[in-house]
Design a protein around this ligand. Structure first.
Ligand SMILES: [Fe+2]
Length: 441
């Protein structure tokens, strides 16, 4: 292949990269859309948030709704009920302790008894210690994007499980789910008693009501809905699809930065928690769906669960925009390991070993000299599930589509596909020099 041909191929590749990158950024813009949800654009477009990761927040939708100087006074302001939600054992060391006090119009215990609810999708599961429930394979797997359902399907009915390990009964492990839906949850809320949900929407915004307030989450952002919180998801753009990781043990933390220093990767300031908001509505037959032990239960109540007028504490939902991630990598040769792109981690009891890491491969410069730039071939002791929000992934030339997924289990070999290898193996450094090829627009 002569130089002209290589330059032409490279130019085409880079053009594709840049156009896909644009798609990535555009995909994160908050666009006007038809309202399919029963909510209102104005309710969610200009929401206020509290900034910071793991902070102890105080927020009230009505001035003076938070008690002064104590958590559970004899009579709360406005006649509210004080209710604590604990995300960790009462007795864990203070630096790990997570809890919030919610001041609500009615206590959340005010509901009818739970009864079993059959999941709409046959593949919603959580216990991976029972081999009769699932299949074990070391084979490298890849999934096409899930089709958006043709029948009316909300977030709960559109949930299904891809893979996982451990069990919520043991309070250890995780599950990877996906959802494909086209309808908003109507007069119902979900609470997950099995663990935290981290949701990565790939298509369609999410309007999420929680007991702590409201969030708008667009593709390119992630949201954490902690263990136990009730939430309801509306789909303002109609068809929606995304990824979920559910963690049975612990909560997400920011990773230590080690020699990187005090700055970089995900900055605490970029995590956004909702401000207090409430609806004081009697709603006959409101359904609370409770996921416990991987099974669904439901109960009825006659009011909205989003009746928290004020709250204070460090246990609450939050979101993060992946565009704000500050990536690090080599500046001369070879590769950093993929953990350099860790956004959030759930540590295990073994130092340095995570139950789950959330890792992002954002648009970025690949600047190394005399180095094969895509991810190296490897095997490792972690199992890796990967999804694609938009654009292309440099390790897979084709066949890996936005909304799709791949799974490389523990010690299963993996690496780039043959066309990608052949393309990058023949590149000379000069053709990848940013000044030649990545001229800013
Ligand atoms: Fe890997």
């Amino acid at each position: 292949m002569n130089l002209d041909r290589r330059e032409e191929q490279m130019a085409q590749h880079l053009q594709n990269d840049m156009s896909e990158t644009e798609v990535f950024w555009k995909g994160n813009s908050e666009k006007e859309s038809t309202n399919h949800s029963g909510g209102h654009e104005s309710e969610f477009a200009d929401l206020e948030y509290l900034r910071g990761f793991g902070n102890h927040f105080t927020t009230e939708a009505l001035k003076g709704a938070l008690p002064e100087g104590q958590n559970s006074p004899l009579n709360c302001p406005y006649g509210l009920y004080a209710e604590q939600i604990s995300g960790t054992a009462f007795t864990v060391p203070r630096k790990y302790n997570q809890k919030s006090w919610l001041y609500r119009i009615k206590p959340s215990v005010t509901h009818e008894p739970f009864c079993p609810r059959q999941p709409a999708h046959e593949n919603l599961m959580s216990d991976f210690t029972d081999s009769s429930n699932s299949t074990v394979t070391p084979t490298q797997l890849r999934w096409k994007p899930e089709d958006i359902p043709e029948v009316k399907t909300d977030f709960i009915d559109g949930l299904f499980t891809i893979c996982g390990a451990g069990s919520p009964f043991l309070r250890h492990g995780y599950a990877v789910h996906m959802y494909a839906a086209n309808a908003s949850m109507e007069n119902c809320a979900l609470a997950n008693a099995d663990g935290d949900f981290l949701i990565v929407p790939q298509q369609g915004r999410l309007w999420i009501k929680t007991e702590s307030g409201k969030l708008q989450v667009s593709p390119g952002e992630v949201v954490v809905l902690p263990h136990g919180f009730r939430f309801s998801i509306a789909l303002p753009d109609g068809p929606s699809r995304g990824y979920i990781v559910e963690v049975y043990s612990g909560h997400f933390q920011l990773p230590d930065l080690g020699p990187i220093g005090a700055n970089g990767l995900a900055e605490p300031r970029d995590f956004l928690t909702p401000v207090a908001w409430f609806e004081d509505e009697n709603i006959s037959g409101y359904t609370i769906i409770h996921k416990f032990g991987g099974q669904l239960f439901q109960s009825k109540q006659d009011f909205s669960p989003f009746n928290v007028v004020a709250w204070q504490g460090n246990y609450a939902p939050y979101k993060y925009d992946l565009r704000k991630f500050c990536p690090f990598n080599t500046v001369l040769f070879d590769h950093a390991d993929p953990c350099i792109n860790t956004v959030l981690t759930v540590p295990s009891e073994k130092p340095g070993v995570a139950v789950v890491d959330l890792v992002v491969f954002p648009p970025r410069w690949l600047v190394a000299e005399h180095t094969f730039r895509p991810p190296y071939f490897h095997r490792n002791c972690m199992s890796e599930f990967m999804g694609l929000i938009c654009g292309t992934y440099e390790g897979k030339a084709d066949g890996f589509l936005p909304g799709g997924g791949s799974l490389h289990n523990c010690m299963s070999p993996h690496g780039v596909d043959t066309p990608t290898y052949e393309f990058y193996a023949m590149l000379e450094d000069v053709l990848l020099h940013p000044s030649l090829n990545y001229a800013p627009k």
